[in-house]
Design a protein around this ligand. Sequence first.
Ligand code: NI
Length: 190
Amino acid sequence: MILPIVAYGHPNLRKKAVEIEKDYPGLQQFLDDMFETMYASNGVGLAAPQVNRNIRLFVIDATPYADEFEGETNLKRVFINPRIKEESGEEWAFNEGCLSIPEIREDVLRKPDIKIEYYDENFEFHAEQLSGVLARVIQHEYDHLEGILFVDHINPLRKIILKRKLGEIARGITKAEYRMIFPLLKKKAI
Ligand code: NI
């Protein structure tokens, strides 16, 4: 089932998500819905708070960026209760977008190497070191679990320029072609 995606300005995008247990009700169905929703909106990552579920879980499929990875085959992954333990290296710019903030893309500076611990869809534990674009996609989704959005990382002057557009998104003025929940959508008077 394709789930509606909450738009910029929604309070759930600003909350710290909570960890889940292995027996979280309907987990496999929810993961299926997450992937279906992500593919339907042409995303490479989707975090649970973006579909209005305040839990520490995100999915990625970085296959569109496959050219960037040498020898990395496992690009479709589930991250449950992830914890980034360390970020290192010299910050680099990458043009990011977000399904909750349609039609805005900005260069964001992040460190290239991460150490992350997480559970997969079978609740198997993993501790990994990742880098480059794969780490980048994960860092962006991980931020969602902390209530952080990519526009929080851009310089204040750019953010002022984007302010009007961000306000429009919150009010439902966007050309996004997937179903969304807009926090400030005004009902039309009859
Ligand atoms: Ni996002």
